[in-house]
Each structure stands twice: as structure tokens, then as C-alpha cells.
Design a binder for this molecule. Structure first.
Ligand code: GTP
Ligand code: MG
Length: 189
């Protein structure tokens, strides 16, 4: 059976745990603890080690879904989780103080996952407040990482269908690159 190992990255409160919960067909392994940084993101709990879920795509392809803890004090886990992964869904909450800076920070931090597989970006929480336009994210990617193919979507991690679309886009992107080599251009979808 073919297998993909995908890592969900992005800042605290972007919706990584929520996304894996929406997608997974097995009971998700979660490591939530009380959030001591409610002044940064006001939610009750935060991931302290990892999330883990699984989903089958197509007939026979198992996708292993891992999530990082967004808080930087747990970044010792980032190195461990990035070792095995071969693709990334980078979620950025549009109501963060500077979501584009967050996007560029996490792309830089996990850039090897682009080289090893592929990356798609999901802009979350766009219903909560006004943030940058979708094209601002693509423009920032094109400016800082010219030539990379990184689709950018708006997505609500609570919606399984939306998460399935973004995951399938990534899987197809990874498989196309594996089959045909890389193509260039940053695209906004
Ligand atoms: N209204 C709205 N709420 C969202 C959206 N995306 C995520 N949320 C909510 O925002 C919160 C995100 O929390 P988590 O899924 O724990 O975020 P996380 O990225 O795992 O955060 P850490 O583990 O702390 O790094 C949850 O309460 C979600 O229900 C969205 O698009 N719209
Ligand atoms: Mg989490």
C-alpha cells in the first residue's frame, strides 16, 4: 500500500489539531494541555507534543497526518516530526497579528518538506476578522521563494470537505513532482 507522511505546521491557533480531527478516520492521538498563553491565542488547550491521525485517499493510499505544537517553546518536537514527513500543509490564521510573517517563518523552518514532497498553504479563520487578501500571501511567497509551486487556499479546518480538497491537492502535487520533476510558479487558488 502506498503511503504519505504529511505534517501540519503553522502558528498556535491556526487549526492544525482541528484539521487532523476533521480528516482522520482513526481516533486521533492528541497531546493537549492547558494553554498558559491565552494572552497570545485565547483557547483552552494547546498541543504540547504532536497530533496523529490517518486517512485513506484513492483506493489504497494511506496518509499519515502529523501535527506540530505551534508554540515555539515546544520546537524540539519540530525537528523530530520533520524528519519523516514528505509534505506539508501550512495553516496560517488570518487573524494573527502578522499572518504573512508567520507563513514565511514556517515555510523557512520546514522548507526541506517542499524539497522532499510539496507544500500547500491554508489560510484559516478568515471568517473571524479581516486579514490580508489571498493574493498577498502568494505575492509574498513569489517574492521570497521565486519559482516554488505553492497553492494557497482559504480553508476552514472544521470542514472535512475543505480539508479533503487541500489534502488531495497536496497528494497530487507530490505525486506529479515525483513522476515528472518540479514545475515552477506560485499559484493562488
Ligand atoms: N471561526 C473559525 N474558527 C476556526 C477556524 N479554524 C480554526 N478555528 C478554531 O480555532 C481554534 C484552533 O485551535 P487548534 O485546532 O487547537 O489550533 P492548533 O493550530 O492546533 O494550535 P496549537 O496546537 O496551540 O499550536 C479551534 O477552536 C477551531 O475551532 C476557522 O476557519 N473559523
Ligand atoms: Mg494543536
Amino acid at each position: 500500500m502506498a503511503e504519505h507522511v504529511i505534517l501540519f505546521t503553522g502558528p498556535m491557533g491556526a487549526g492544525k489539531t482541528t484539521a487532523i480531527q476533521s480528516l482522520s478516520e482513526i481516533e486521533v492521538v492528541r497531546t493537549e494541555a492547558n494553554n498558559s498563553e491565552r494572552h497570545v491565542v485565547d483557547k483552552a488547550t494547546t498541543t504540547v507534543a504532536l497530533d496523529y491521525g490517518e486517512i485513506l485517499v484513492g483506493a489504497q493510499e494511506k496518509v499519515r497526518l502529523y501535527g506540530i505544537p505551534g508554540q515555539r517553546r515546544f520546537n524540539f518536537m519540530w525537528a523530530i516530526l520533520k524528519r519523516r514527513a514528505k509534505g506539508m500543509i501550512l495553516l496560517v490564521n488570518s487573524d494573527a497579528p502578522d499572518p504573512i510573517a508567520e507563513l514565511l517563518f514556517y515555510l523557512d523552518e520546514f522548507r526541506e518538506l517542499y524539497d522532499r514532497g510539496g507544500v500547500v498553504v491554508g489560510v484559516t479563520r478568515s471568517d473571524v476578522g479581516s486579514g490580508p487578501a489571498l493574493t498577498d500571501y502568494s505575492d509574498a511567497l513569489e517574492r521570497t521563494n521565486p519559482g516554488l509551486v505553492i497553492p494557497v487556499f482559504t480553508v476552514d479546518p472544521r470542514e472535512r470537505n475543505q480539508m479533503q480538497n487541500i489534502l488531495l491537492t497536496l497528494v497530487i502535487n507530490i505525486e506529479m513532482r515525483a513522476a515528472f520533476g518540479s514545475v515552477s510558479g506560485v499559484r493562488s487558488l
